[in-house]
Design a protein around this ligand. Structure first.
Ligand code: GMT
Length: 378
């Protein structure tokens, strides 16, 4: 076999971290000469770069009066089967177990003797929230067992998977990655990527899909405490169910002129260029792609000490980690950062260094390639 692979990638095409990672991985593999076929119901939101080796196959979701809930998983399985046979794929790589691993498994079964291997990447809530809901638990466990290889984006997520599902199989930890050329320190005019001290109007930022797990109202509460002592502004980037409650809280606290709800944004690097501190007070976070991207742009992070966040953000070195819900503690750490330029610069520089040494794209792509080779050689 030629050393270039043909890979079918299935993911959610939204702004959620799993879709971002899956599509960025696809782009990097395409740049390395592999043929990548993304199979989803829409082109991935963050995939705005054209590459001739990167193809998109739309899953048509068929509605019918009898269906109260159109069975997307079945349409996806049929599409995976079709793409595998037309494009002569070597393997499937599915991101976020529900429903992608289930559809992938069905496609494999339909392939019969032509069966190709499937790598399943666990991202977080597919295990910590959705996967262990009673209606999904047995099928999640089933596809974890049936996948030819399983990867998790952090050691913490691997441990949670073993704990929740009692799975007795190898799970490879393959962390998420960041590209140093796409995410740069704001002073990027100078080639030395010097971090910058806080600007005159300190700016805090939160970026997420505003689901309850992100504790978006904590972001507003933290900002309220900071703003009382240090006039500042807050950028709220993203959209989702908690946007309304967060907007209401900001108004109730009289902060409407200092909090900007920007909706979903593509140019995250430019947002970090104006931000001094990222707030990520999540209830759970299996990895924390946004904190990683913040660190790559020399933006210190103040976040919860949960899940995989301590594997990304080193408490006291590249940011601060506090217990979930410790709004006062987080506000205190933001103020320390905004009032101590030496501390700020040290953390900003350490964040970039850590992001690029441990989570650089080449290192992580190599880890995925090792997993691919292992299932193809099995
Ligand atoms: O929670 C999100 O924002 C989206 C979610 C997803 O799966 O789309 O993110 C999860 O996967 C990301 C990429 O691997 C991780 O960086 C996030 O930490 C993880 N989210 C949670 O665990 C809550």
């Amino acid at each position: 076999m030629n050393d270039k692979l043909k890979i079918g990638i299935s993911c959610y095409p939204t702004f959620g971290g799993s879709g971002v990672v899956a599509s960025m991985l696809g782009l990097e593999l395409a740049r390395l000469g592999h043929q990548i076929h993304i199979v989803a119901y829409a082109p991935p939101a963050r995939l705005t770069t054209f590459h001739p080796n990167l193809h998109f196959h739309k899953v048509e979701v068929t509605d019918y009066p009898l269906f109260e809930y159109p069975p997307y998983s079945l349409s996806l399985a049929s599409k995976l089967l079709e793409v595998a046979s037309q494009e002569k794929l070597h393997l499937f790589h599915v991101h976020y177990a529900i429903p992608h691993a289930v559809s992938g498994y069905l496609a494999q079964e339909m392939q019969g003797e032509q069966r190709i291997p499937m790598v399943t990447t666990l991202h977080g809530t597919d295990i910590t929230l959705v996967g262990n809901m009673p209606s999904f638990m047995p099928i999640t466990k089933f596809v974890l067992d049936k996948s030819d290889a399983v990867t998790a984006v952090s050691q913490s997520l691997k441990d949670e998977t073993i704990k929740f599902f009692g799975v007795d199989r190898e799970i490879h930890v393959v962390p998420n990655f960041v590209r140093s050329d796409l995410f740069q320190c704001p002073d990027k005019g100078g080639i030395d990527h010097r971090p910058r001290p806080p600007g005159e109007t300190p700016t805090l930022v939160h970026i997420s899909n505003f689901r309850p797990v992100k504790r978006v109202t904590d972001v507003i509460k933290i900002f309220a405490l900071v703003h009382k002592k240090i006039p500042s502004q807050l950028l709220m980037v993203g959209d989702g169910p908690e946007r309304g409650p967060a907007e209401r809280l900001a108004r109730e606290l009289g902060l409407q002129d200092s909090v900007y709800f920007l909706g979903e944004q593509l140019d995250i690097n430019s947002i970090f260029a104006t931000a001094n501190v990222l707030l990520q007070p999540s209830e759970t976070e299996s990895f924390g792609l946004t904190p990683l991207e913040a660190m790559a742009t020399c933006t210190p992070v103040v976040a919860s000490k949960v899940g995989g966040l301590p594997e990304v953000v080193i408490d006291g070195e590249t940011g601060f980690l506090l217990p979930v819900g410790d709004v006062e503690g987080m506000a205190g750490k933001v103020m320390d950062l905004l009032t101590d330029p030496q501390l700020y610069l040290k953390m900003a520089a350490s964040g970039r260094e850590r992001a690029l040494s441990l989570f650089n794209v080449q290192r992580i792509i190599d880890l995925y390639m090792q997993v691919y080779r292992s299932v193809l050689d099995a």
